[in-house]
Design a protein around this ligand. Structure first.
Ligand code: GLY
Length: 584
């Protein structure tokens, strides 16, 4: 380890690099205003990577790939090449496109693979959350490659967009307080696996704030990707290392699984809210459908007149959340495996009727909310939630834009690092229903439709979203937070549309969450007045402040707003310590 003065010097140099390299890194209590382009992500160095590509002539898609790859290095809690996600693209010349690079279950996966001989869910290594059997086949590299090939500018190459990540890993970067604390807090999870302990816990010595962190193996992985192209991850040395490590540890992913992985394009889901057009993520995410359902349920109500923090508004939103999440639990899954009733769930008359029993004075108990298109209510057991996943938003000088949410699922995924690669693997298999009727790690109960099958994509809540007014893109948003993602996006949109908040206000404003089961309305730390809580309880709600185990704060809505003059406003969510909007 470097002596302290040198470490401080390196941290100072890193900050100086950010300041000297053109774009201004501003304090985040105001949105960063930019004439040309802006990138907002969970880490300043990843936002900087995107801006570097924009300034080389790349478009928003090129920048998104650079930002996504760079987050792998500087934001290992969720940034990844060992996971997957969704990218929503808007092209200034017209049209929106979606890249689905969600992980898929390996060919060896089976419906009951996480049940022990007693029929109960396995805990610890071997389960859907920890260790070598918890991972789906990673999609991030394939998704980024597809996005670049089809929607990139053509002015920068795959090697160019890999370069910031390679450089950050090979030459190092200063460890932030958030990263140091995050790694230390996950010491038990990561410490179970020798390679993770070595790389991410510094062999038990822990990375400290200001340490200069060189990730040699990850740098070499990016150098291979740069040299041999994205298929290297699926067919080259990296694939061989993943498959060999899996085989040596009774893991499930094989070389064939990697070779067979393909990212796919999906038709965007489209809806509207008070004269605004919404473009969002279709299945295998539940996010877009639930978001559009909730917006339609609240639309007939004068939300602005209720007041932003009022019990009446919170009640209205909660009732919409309960009904939408009830439908989610019943009907949503990978559309390639079972038909998802998208049109019936979004039908205007269905949603009117679904919300017809809304009572402004009384909550409907969760157990009494049946799925709207028919079928039985399943039993419920409360469970904690996790916060991880990460979202970034980008607009370029031409007006092309990207909303991208991707994930390892839980913090640092399965806890497994593939030896010799620096790649942390996802634990996305936990987003399947391991035991129908039992909640997953987010406390969500899911039905048979989302059960495990080979090559199937697990249901997601990720909701990268674009909002248009009179054909003009005004908002690029999304968030991490498991099921809370959908409700975070709902509230950011309402804050802008109903309350005309500034971008920073819209992102900062307190958030609530309800997911049908458990039948509990949560609010962020100290963000709800006692009399508001009492007024909600008088309507029959169980109201609770979010606890540290589930994330004191809800989400991380890295958002871009574009005003009528075309000025870009990058609003980095202050809930995450390292988030930054960088514009030019
Ligand atoms: N793994 C979190 C999500 O896909 O929603």
């Amino acid at each position: 380890m470097l002596p302290l003065p040198l470490r401080v010097l390196r941290l100072t140099l890193a900050c100086a690099f950010l300041a000297a390299s053109g774009p201004a890194l501003l304090a985040q209590r105001v949105a960063v205003e930019a004439r040309h382009g802006v990138v907002t992500s969970a880490h300043a160095l990843a936002s900087q990577a995107g801006v570097e590509i924009l300034q080389k002539g790349g478009n928003a898609v090129d920048a998104a790939v650079a930002t996504g790859l760079a987050l792998t290095v500087v934001y290992p809690v969720a940034g990844n090449i060992g996971g997957g996600g969704f990218m929503v693209i808007h092209l200034a010349q017209g049209g929106q496109h979606i890249i689905d690079y969600r992980e898929i279950a390996p060919a060896a996966a089976t419906r009951d693979m996480y049940l022990g001989p007693d029929g109960e869910l396995i805990n610890g290594p071997g389960s859907s959350t920890v260790g070598w059997r918890a991972s789906g086949v990673p999609g991030s590299v394939a998704g980024f490659a597809l996005a670049l090939e089809k929607y990139g500018s053509g002015k920068v190459s795959w090697a160019d967009v890999c370069e910031p990540a390679r450089r950050l890993a090979a030459e190092g970067h200063a460890v932030t307080q958030t990263t140091a604390n995050g790694l230390r807090n996950s010491a038990r999870h990561l410490g179970r696996f020798d390679e993770s302990r070595r790389v991410y816990l510094k062999d038990g010595a822990f990375w400290q704030t200001g340490d200069w962190w060189v990730q040699r193996d990850l740098g070499e992985t990016f150098a291979r990707l740069q040299k041999f192209g994205p298929r290297e991850f699926y067919e080259g040395e990296t694939a061989r290392l993943i498959a060999a490590a899996m085989a040596a540890n009774s893991g499930t992913i094989t070389l064939e699984d990697l070779k067979n992985y393909r990212a796919v394009e999906r038709e965007p889901l489209r809806g509207s809210y008070r004269g605004h057009d919404i473009v969002t993520m279709p299945p295998p995410s539940s996010g877009g459908i639930a978001l559009l359902q909730m917006l339609k349920m609240i639309e007939p109500h004068d939300v602005a007149a209720l007041g932003h923090d009022s019990s009446a508004k919170y009640h209205l939103f909660t009732e919409a959340m309960k009904r939408a999440f009830r439908d989610r639990a019943e009907y949503l899954a990978d559309p390639d495996f079972s038909p998802v009733p998208v049109a019936p769930l979004l039908d205007a008359s269905y949603l009117r009727q679904r919300f017809a029993d809304f009572d402004p004075d009384r909550t409907k108990p969760a157990a009494e909310i049946a799925p709207g298109l028919g079928k039985a209510v399943v039993a419920a057991v409360p469970a904690p939630e996790s916060l991880e996943t990460t979202h970034f938003s980008i607009v370029d000088s031409a007006g092309n834009a990207v909303a991208n949410t991707y994930t390892l699922n839980g913090a640092y995924g399965s806890g497994v690092t593939i030896p010799g690669t620096g790649i942390l693997m996802n634990n996305e298999m936990d987003d399947f229903t391991s035991k129908p009727g039992t909640p997953n790690k987010f406390g969500l109960i899911q039905g048979e439709v989302n059960s495990i099958a080979p090559r199937k994509r697990p249901l997601s809540a990720m909701t990268p979203t674009l909002v248009f007014k009179d054909g003009r893109l005004i908002l690029i948003t999304g968030s991490p937070g498991g099921p809370t993602i959908i409700n975070t996006v709902l509230q950011v949109i309402s804050n802008v549309v109903d309350f005309q908040m500034t971008p920073m206000q819209a992102v900062e404003a307190p958030r609530i969450h309800h997911q049908w089961m458990p039948d509990v309305l949560t609010y962020e730390k100290l963000s709800m007045s006692t009399d508001t809580i009492r007024a909600l309880e008088a309507r029959g709600h169980t109201v609770r402040m979010r606890q540290s185990y589930e994330g004191t704060y809800q989400g991380d809505a890295e958002t871009v707003f574009i005003d009528a003059d075309g000025l870009r406003h990058g609003a980095a969510d202050p809930r995450k310590g390292d988030s930054a909007a960088i514009g030019y």
